[in-house]
Design a protein around this ligand. Structure first.
Ligand SMILES: [Zn+2]
Ligand SMILES: [Zn+2]
Length: 346
């Protein structure tokens, strides 16, 4: 099946319209007519070659929502007409300890990424900036009614990336959570932590987005450019979720944790971070990382978001605006996620 898509032809080159081949629907596959695809910062890193050589042309997009238009003979969990989603992975071995524990993203053989990865048949996977995609049904999520489909798309990456650590480290009533950075990931972390019942504080470089932060569910908002912030909040938080993909002064942030507190990184800075071990041992603190979430947890997150009426704050664009959107993401000029209307690819 030949379908329309937007692809980066080579590293650092603008995306352009093209057509790509989607495989025939196999017994355990689902064909999805894509409605919306979110633009994640990872898409930009990948097509710019920041994360190493890629199998160009690359069709990015791992925040996909659409309708099922065909299912394979062995598929029972999805039916034609269902609204579904696809996130950052479309496959894993299914047999290793991590896969069996529902942590497919940590598959010992490596998860199969939704784009720029090698699929089981040896071809390169191509992502959601496209009209259709064929995906193994086990990696397709149900998008409940009650979430706007455009606002649901970013949940498939930004949503699960922040939901997973908030659940793992038990954010909830009586816990104090700080979110570092109020961007695509950060704004989801604020909404979800608030819905989980935690007391939420945003730590942002400036107070520019304070009004937004409080509207999205934060109880407090502090500027990290103000040194007084680190004095005022010392020892306060049970959990800090750092969504920033740049170097931060880790010791300063660890100082904001209560005894037994955890600072978990979901942002992925390219350079190593320094840590003074005294920042950890002087309070039995932990520094941790977390990457997206397994399929079952992603479904739990979507159900949770539907129940709590949570979606991403999105700006819907046409496919031919994607390069402009990339520029704006790089300039932090988006509140808070661009989503491509896939009908503009037809
Ligand atoms: Zn992403
Ligand atoms: Zn595995």
């Amino acid at each position: 099946m030949r379908v329309n898509a937007y692809a980066a032809p080579a590293a650092g080159e603008p995306l352009a319209p093209t057509t790509i081949e989607r495989r025939a629907v196999g017994p355990n596959d689902v064909l999805i007519e894509i409605e919306f695809a979110g633009i994640c910062h990872s898409d930009i890193h990948t097509v710019n070659g920041d994360w190493g050589p890629q199998p160009f042309p690359v069709v990015p997009g791992h925040e996909i929502v659409g309708r099922v238009t065909e299912v394979g003979s062995g598929v029972s969990r999805h039916a034609v007409g269902d609204r579904v989603g696809v996130g950052c992975m479309v496959g894993s071995c299914g047999e290793c300890t991590n896969c069996r524990n529902g942590d497919e993203q940590y598959c010992v053989k490596g998860m199969i990424g939704t784009y720029a990865a090698t699929d089981r048949d040896g071809t390169s996977t191509q992502g959601g900036y496209s009209t259709h995609v064929v995906v193994d049904a086990d990696y397709v999520l149900s998008v409940p009614d009650g979430i706007d489909p455009a606002a649901a798309a970013p949940l498939l990456c930004a949503g699960i990336t922040t939901y997973a650590p908030l659940r793992k480290w038990q954010a909830g009533p009586g816990t104090k959570v700080a979110v570092v950075g109020l961007g695509g990931l950060g704004h989801m972390a604020v909404k979800i932590a608030h819905a989980l019942g935690a007391e939420v504080t945003v730590l942002s470089q400036s107070l520019k987005k304070q009004e937004d932060g409080l509207r999205l569910g934060a109880d407090d908002y502090f500027a990290t450019s103000d040194p007084d912030t680190f004095e005022a909040l010392a020892g306060r938080f049970d959990l800090i979720v750092n969504t920033v993909s740049a170097k931060i002064d880790l010791d300063a942030y660890l100082g904001l944790l209560a005894v037994d507190g955890t600072l978990v990184n979901v942002g992925a800075p390219a350079e190593p971070l320094d840590v003074n071990v005294f920042s950890l041992i002087g309070g039995r603190r932990s520094f941790a990382g977390s990457m997206i979430g397994g399929i079952a947890l992603t479904q739990e997150m979507l159900d949770f978001c539907a129940e709590h009426h949570i979606g991403a704050e999105v700006e819907v664009i046409r496919a031919d605006q994607v390069n402009e959107a990339y520029e704006r993401v790089l300039a932090s000029d988006v509140r808070y996620r661009f989503v491509i209307d896939a009908s503009t690819l037809s």
